[in-house]
Design a protein around this ligand. Structure first.
Ligand code: SF4
Length: 298
């Protein structure tokens, strides 16, 4: 669900992170400028374009007349940080002036786009109201990132996110379980943990890959080294990932509908508790047949 506003014309489909459910959304770009990850079809129906600046500013003005008390704004679509800093600052300034109670502006951000901005540009954006960015890291393993055509590497991701953090922007990151299939599962888990340890994000979530275009198609796109994973394999991967994290105060969530079990906690404080919850789930698996539905209902 999205906060509806008659002053805003959306180009559907529209996506936002779960924690932005209460936010007013402005589409300042349409689609994703990369749009090539083999597991993602979120924006496959859209050709990337930058929304005309006057239309964006007019929509903000109209929306402010309808919802003057707005406190949170999310800037869509998948890749707002691809815009020049000057353009972004103009939009952030207009938002601040239009919504006097505005507390938080957020958007999705790819590591590469963060990396391409200078430290000062990111600090200016933070001071203009950009409080949190959401980044799909997906994996910390370069081999897996290449196989899924993510267009990022371990080092581009670390560099981009550390730059954002140093500017004072909060980082919420996501890792995709099962992304590398069984063959790459171990390195995917360990290197993803290594990456988040380096970045120390404020928020971390894990999702299980959903194969939106079907697993057969995913396997085709991935290549011949793809090996299917069972729900038990996926839980083992998640356990390995959590076991290798070395974090202090990162809020961890694994509670998306795609996950086999729901986990919530703070890493490191709750690390052992999270691992034993996974162990309990694995212990309950029928050795002869893995019952996905049973796991999902835990
Ligand atoms: S960068 Fe993100 S939105 Fe774009 S194709 Fe990849 S996963 Fe999808």
């Amino acid at each position: 669900m999205f906060q509806s506003n008659p002053g805003i014309k959306y180009d559907m489909p529209l996506f936002r992170p779960p924690s932005e459910a209460e936010s007013l959304i402005f589409q300042i770009t349409i689609g994703c400028s990369w749009n090539k990850c083999i597991f993602c079809d979120m924006y496959s129906t859209k050709k990337f374009r930058v929304k005309d600046e006057d239309s964006v500013l007019d929509e903000i003005k109209l929306a402010a007349e309808m919802n003057p008390d707005t406190r949170r704004v999310f800037l869509a679509d998948g890749d707002s940080m691809v815009l020049s800093t000057d353009r972004l600052l103009k939009i952030l300034k207009k938002l601040k002036l239009s919504f006097p109670l505005l507390r938080r502006i957020s958007c999705y951000a790819s590591p590469g786009n963060l990396q391409r901005k200078t430290q000062k540009e990111l600090t200016d954006l933070k001071n203009a109201g950009l409080k949190i960015i959401y980044t799909g890291i997906e994996s910390g393993d370069d081999e897996v990132l290449k196989l899924v055509n993510k267009g990022e590497t371990y080092s581009s991701t670390v560099e981009g996110l550390i730059k954002a953090r140093e500017a004072g922007i909060k980082c919420s990151v996501m890792i995709l379980n099962a992304l590398g299939g069984k063959k790459y599962s171990r390195q995917h888990a360990i290197n993803s943990a290594k990456l988040v340890n380096e970045v120390e994000p404020d928020y971390l979530s894990t999702l299980a890959l959903m194969y939106s275009m079907g697993e057969e198609e995913y396997a085709l796109r991935f290549g011949e080294t793809y090996e299917s994973m069972t729900s038990e394999d996926i839980l083992e991967e998640l356990k390995l990932f959590i076991a290798h994290t070395d974090l202090k105060r990162t809020v961890f969530r694994s509670d998306h509908a795609s996950n086999y079990i729901f986990l919530r906690g703070v890493l490191g404080r709750d690390k052992l508790k999270l691992i034993s919850t996974i162990d309990e789930a694995l212990g309950g698996v029928d050795e002869n047949s893995i019952r996905e539905e049973w796991l999902r209902s835990l």
